[in-house]
Design a binder for this molecule. Structure first.
Ligand SMILES: Nc1ncnc2c1ncn2[C@@H]1O[C@H](COP(=O)(O)OP(=O)(O)OP(=O)(O)O)[C@@H](O)[C@H]1O
Ligand SMILES: [Mg+2]
Length: 418
């Protein structure tokens, strides 16, 4: 550091000047010392400030990373959400349009972002925009429904709310919506199932009430027929009564089978023998109908011992085979294919080459009372389905003109083949 001193004595200076000079040097040195101190302080302060700056920088970086992470998280949430999220700012322009919104409204995010909400959604013919209403009236809407009219149309459930920052200032409004198509379908199915159950219960009561008087009518008509002479023209009329009673009887007993509480009586059955009895009976009926229908057997094993309820499954196969016979006009073939697979599942298919089941009714054929036949009760397949389900089995149908295949799979563990 600089220090001022008088190098050599200056004899020619007057003592007063010398004293003054000494004073100046002293003042100078004192100030230099002060400056030195201030400089040191400055150094320390500078060090402190740089340290503080470094710490602040680190904190800033950390908070930036947190913000970035939160932003990424938020973006992922919005992108993965199954619900659509659409936000508008105070100018009613779209500022958020997540991928589900693209899917639900069939609009591209790029075509919606930054645009006026009313313009983008103008195609939604009615002019009621809940999101705009929310923003203008500052009123949240919870759990409402609207109908999206574009394309096939779909019901949409939505909730809206006003978006505010932490100071309470309004930033816009957001709408969260979900496609309700599947939920509505399930609701309809449930309603349908409930109606069917109620109908089933009512039919059971009615069937029960009808059965006794019907038996009486049948019995008396039989007596009348017997008493009339062979050439009496009234015989034909009585025959009609007997036929009518027998068809009513079919409806009533089918109804009772369908609605009655059922319990399985499982036995070990020689499947091939058991099936042959059914087929022999069917062949007699085919002959009565004057149809030329051949029944082909395709059994994987000669002997298949299965654990089933023989009486109930007999109804199953009779229903399927009669449906097949009725589907064949005049001439055709029915194939019975049976197999015990490696897991001891008994698979039996009834295949016919009849007219097939039209595509538009394929999902209805198991509904009770669904029939396309004049004399049908529409309970045949409903009964089949019930008995198969009772056996813990399942059923598959495939049909096109010329080949209809009903395949039943029953858990028959403990079965033997050979
Ligand atoms: N093999 C088949 N080929 C073509 N259509 C079929 C076949 N099996 C069933 N269907 C269709 O499914 C409907 C319902 O069959 P389901 O056995 O339940 O009642 P149904 O045969 O009409 O009456 P019911 O069994 O009381 O005589 C039938 O009316 C028919 O349209
Ligand atoms: Mg039937």
């Amino acid at each position: 550091m600089v220090r001022a001193t008088m190098q050599t004595p200056q004899p020619d200076l007057p003592p007063e000047t010398r004293a003054q000079l000494d004073q100046v040097f002293e003042w100078f040195n004192a100030n230099v010392a002060k400056l030195e101190g201030a400089y040191r302080d400055l150094g320390v302060k500078f060090d402190n400030i740089s340290q503080e700056l470094e710490e602040k920088n680190q904190k800033l970086e950390a908070s930036f990373r947190v913000t970035e992470r939160v932003e990424n998280q938020l973006r992922s949430v919005l992108e993965s959400l199954d619900s659509s999220v659409v936000m508008i700012d105070t100018e009613e322009r779209i500022t958020l349009f997540n991928p589900s919104a693209e899917r639900i409204y069939a609009l591209k995010g790029a075509d919606a972002m930054g645009k006026s909400y009313a313009q983008v959604f103008a195609a939604q013919a009615d002019s009621h925009f809940p999101l705009i209403e929310t923003l203008r009236k500052q009123k949240n809407l919870l759990g409402h429904e609207k109908y999206w009219k574009i394309g096939a149309g779909k019901p949409i459930g939505y909730t809206t709310c006003v978006v505010r920052n932490h100071e309470g200032q309004v930033l816009g409004a957001v709408e969260i919506s979900t496609d309700l198509t599947n939920i509505k379908q399930l609701q309809n199915q449930m309603q349908h199932a409930k109606t069917l159950a109620a109908l089933g219960e009512m039919s059971a009561t009615v069937a029960h009430e009808i059965r006794n008087p019907l038996a009486g009518i049948g019995g008396f008509a039989g007596l009348l027929e017997r008493d009339l002479e062979g050439d009496d023209p009234r015989r034909a009329l009585v025959k009609k009564i007997v036929q009518g009673v027998s068809s009513l009887n079919k409806i009533v007993s089918n109804l009772l089978v369908y609605t009655r509480h059922m319990e399985l009586n499982v036995q070990r059955v020689d499947f091939v023998n058991w099936m042959e009895d059914i087929l022999n009976y069917a062949e007699v009926e085919i002959a009565k109908d004057n149809k030329e229908i051949a029944i082909a057997r395709d059994y994987r094993f000669e002997r298949m011992e299965a654990r089933i309820d023989p009486e109930k499954l007999q109804q199953v196969f009779l229903n399927l085979i009669f449906n097949a016979i009725q589907a064949i006009e005049g001439k055709g073939k029915i194939t019975i294919k049976a197999d015990l697979d490696e897991r001891d599942f008994l698979r039996v298919a009834v295949i016919d080459d009849g007219k097939g089941i039209p595509k538009d009714i394929q999902d209805k054929i198991f509904n009770p009372f669904f029939t396309t036949k004049e004399q049908g009760t529409g309970l045949g397949l409903a009964i089949v389905q019930r008995i198969v389900a009772l056996h813990g089995g399942d059923m598959q149908v495939t049909s096109e003109a010329g080949e209809t295949r009903f395949e039943i799979r029953l858990d028959s563990r403990g079965s033997v083949h050979g």
